[in-house]
Design a protein around this ligand. Structure first.
Ligand SMILES: Cc1cc2nc3c(=O)[nH]c(=O)nc-3n(C[C@H](O)[C@H](O)[C@H](O)COP(=O)(O)OP(=O)(O)OC[C@H]3O[C@@H](n4cnc5c(N)ncnc54)[C@H](O)[C@@H]3O)c2cc1C
Length: 385
């Protein structure tokens, strides 16, 4: 934000958003940044949610009647960007899963009763949410979900396994994609809000990066779900799942541009301070050119992302722009992190500098929320070919 002033001309934000940004940045620097190293070892504590809630950050885009701040997607975009600067992809992901992917379907498609029982406590941080779509045999191919909800008196029992679920262990409830009929393909899929209970076993998974995030496999064994926890239309969840991906991908893009900028600022400072052969390393033409390329990549990523954001926030169909932003920014971050590690030399490989964490965390981007290949499929198909 600060290093590359040229983006201001494209900024979709107003002075009001700048004020919010200042307060989120202060929170991130005071409450999150000092703890990211410790939380990398054992995931971040649940109290992060209640602290964020106390500042209104869990409900920026939600109506005041549910305890939200009555803002819109631009307000939450500010939050996504500032979390991108916390230096921990896993921490940003755990918070993001609650705000950006698990609670929006309840806000958009939930009944009044569901909003009172789940959205309100999610905004206060009393209940933590997870979105459970992916399964061992259904990742990119969402229509292959097998977790089955069987009709019983007063609701359903659910059996099956979800995989790679962010907030999977700590969640108080799961917004879960299940099959409600034996129909194959896109049909017969429903969303159920499933409360944490003894019939659910959540097991943490070890992973390359995002160590601060709680990622789990979640097994349901005849978990009971009452009738009133059907979210949206029975057998009609597929299109809700697809719609939900838009904000997930856009907020990922926003956070990633900010994290690239964070790494760039650190790397630029390092290139000015670190000396080799009697000169600052930034004065070597090869490193100067690397920095120029980083700056260009980040600015390009930001322009693409802000174009998608403007359209999305205006209520337009921004599927193509969101998809392009996700595709470009997530791959860009992998490359940016690699160059930043290289410019840091041995220091880049050390935990202390935070750049190696970004390198590991960034690798999730081209996979999570829909892979690069799926982004290209969506774009290619939108061309009618
Ligand atoms: C850390 C982490 C957190 C996550 N959090 C969540 C979460 O909170 N909730 C949730 O529901 N899911 C979550 N996911 C799951 C994530 O969305 C999936 O991993 C992702 O969509 C890819 O699915 P998959 O892993 O099954 O890969 P697969 O779908 O098996 O893909 C394997 C490879 O095949 C390629 N491929 C698949 N289909 C095609 C095709 N048609 N054309 C070309 N190539 C193709 C893919 O691009 C990929 O390269 C998370 C994953 C991770 C790693």
């Amino acid at each position: 934000m600060d290093a590359i002033a040229a983006h201001d001309a494209f900024s979709p934000f107003s002075a009001e958003h700048d004020e919010l940004r200042a307060s989120v940045r202060q929170f991130v620097e005071r409450e999150l940044v000092p703890n990211v190293d410790a939380w990398e070892r054992d995931t971040f504590p649940n109290e992060v949610f209640t602290k964020m809630a106390a500042n209104g950050f869990l409900g920026l885009k939600y109506p005041t009647e549910y305890g939200g701040e009555g803002g819109d997607f631009l307000h939450e975009a500010v939050l996504a960007e500032e979390l991108g600067r916390c230096g921990s992809g896993g921490l940003a992901a755990g918070i993001g899963a609650h705000i950006e992917i698990a609670t929006p379907p309840i806000w958009k498609f939930g009944t009044e009763d569901q909003k009172q029982r789940y959205l309100v406590p999610a905004i206060t941080g009393e209940k933590i949410a997870a979105l459970a779509i992916t399964e061992p045999e259904a990742g990119s191919d969402v229509a292959s979900v097998r977790t089955r909800a069987t009709r019983v008196d007063g609701g359903w029992t659910v059996s099956g396994e979800k995989l790679y679920i962010t907030n999977g262990v700590r969640a108080d409830f799961y917004v879960t994609a299940v099959k409600t009929t034996d129909e194959g393909g896109h049909g017969g899929m429903s969303f159920l809000i499933i409360d944490q209970q003894d019939a659910i076993t959540a097991s943490p998974l070890e992973k390359m990066g995002w160590h601060a995030s709680d990622t789990a496999s979640v097994a349901f064994q005849d978990a009971f779900v009452p009738e009133e926890n059907l979210l949206g239309e029975l057998d009609g969840a597929f299109k809700l799942i697809m719609a939900n991906f838009q904000w997930e991908r856009l907020s990922m893009s926003l956070g990633t541009v900010a994290s690239m900028e964070w790494a760039f600022e650190k790397t630029l400072a390092f290139a000015r301070e670190r000396h080799a052969f009697g000169r600052p390393i930034g004065s070597f033409q090869t490193i100067r050119h690397d920095l120029a390329d980083l700056m260009t990549t980040i600015h390009t990523s930001r322009c693409l992302t802000y174009d998608a954001l403007r359209r999305f926030a205006a209520g337009q169909d921004a599927t193509q722009q969101v998809t392009m932003a996700k595709l470009v920014t997530q791959r860009a971050a992998v490359n940016v992190a690699d160059v930043c590690v290289q410019i840091h030399g041995g220091a880049g490989y050390m935990r202390e500098y935070g750049i190696e964490r970004m390198y590991r965390d960034a690798r999730l981007g081209p996979i999570g929320g829909g892979t690069d290949e799926i982004m290209r499929e969506i774009l290619g198909r939108s061309l009618g070919v």
